[in-house]
Ligand binder design. Structure first.
Ligand code: NAD
Length: 272
């Protein structure tokens, strides 16, 4: 029972690990004894996080990787196997939305540029599929491994204005179930695939939608979200860690193909 939630010595890859939510995950997992590898385009931020982790006596490495380029992910796999010997956990954290792909006062859905739609679908969906191909193949070889994808509230019911992001995250939830079945039926019951669906956390990619840029006060959309969150607040990044530890440890040994909301009750609330 003592080791139920242990991640000690596990080799963990975190895509988008330099970002707001996943940097907290990298920090917490390293502090819990995991060996962490951060893959991100923002290599300066990734390296400075690694320095912080390593100077505290824990283990982290980083590699600049574009998750939409399979060869770059394959290079990252080689580096991790070389340094850590195996891949025990993959967290697919890279994802997000952009202003250019968002309906606004000045732009209807019909006017959104195809390239903006494509970018959001690629980042969220392809950016999850490709690492699952590369690291999943290694897990199949090892006959063990755990994958955690990051979905969203949009996957259950789409939010207004962000059609491509909603569709892409719904696809991530669907793919999580697909891959869970594929891995368990074709390779090993020790390969599990689940997702976390965070509720609303105030970060750089949604700040412009939830708060007024000048005053910092909540926008109407921000207010509506708080009104529809029974806990009546945004989440804090560290509040994802408990669910993550559960999903990547033996504590969830018989759990695969699930999407777990961490949302202050948002998904359960009908609004009435
Ligand atoms: P963030 O923008 O802070 O982090 C995303 C990271 O991904 C960045 O460091 C970025 O450099 C990296 N990245 C983007 N494209 C990349 C690419 N092609 N290759 C490599 N790295 C790339 O985002 P966040 O708010 O921390 O969100 C993390 C995840 O959680 C995302 O999947 C997001 O969609 C999801 N999510 C966030 C919220 C929220 O409230 N913030 C809610 C639900 C889901």
């Amino acid at each position: 029972m003592d080791n139920l939630f242990s991640v000690e010595n596990k080799s963990v890859v975190i895509t988008g690990g330099a970002g707001v939510l996943c940097s907290q995950m990298a920090l917490a997992l390293a502090q819990a004894g995991a060996k962490v590898c951060i893959l991100d385009l923002k290599i300066k931020a990734a390296r400075s996080l690694c320095n912080r982790i390593n100077s505290d006596g824990f283990t982290a490495i980083a590699k600049k990787t574009n998750l939409l380029k399979k060869e770059q992910i394959q290079d990252a796999l080689k580096m991790i196997i070389n340094k850590f010997g195996s891949i025990d956990v993959l967290i697919n954290g890279a994802g997000g939305n952009k202003k250019e792909a968002t309906v606004s006062k000045d732009k209807t859905f019909f006017d959104i540029d195809a390239r903006a739609l494509q970018q959001i679908i690629d980042l969220n969906l392809l950016g999850t599929l490709l690492p699952c191909q590369v690291f999943g193949k290694q897990m199949a070889k090892q006959q063990s491994g755990i994958i955690v994808n990051i979905s969203s509230m949009n996957a259950f019911r789409p939010l207004t204005n962000i059609a491509a992001y909603s569709a892409a995250k719904a696809a991530v939830s669907n793919f999580t179930q697909w891959l869970a079945v594929y891995m368990a039926m074709n390779f090993s019951e020790s390969i599990r695939v689940n997702a976390i669906a965070p509720g609303f956390f105030l970060t750089e990619q949604n700040r412009y939608l939830l708060t007024n840029e000048k005053s910092g006060k909540l926008t109407d959309r921000g207010k509506r979200i708080i009104e529809h969150t029974p806990m009546a607040r945004f989440g804090r990044p560290d509040e994802l860690i408990g669910t993550l530890l559960w999903l990547i440890s033996d504590a969830s040994k018989f759990v695969t193909g699930t999407v777990v909301p961490v949302d202050g009750g948002f998904n359960a609330f009908s609004g009435v």
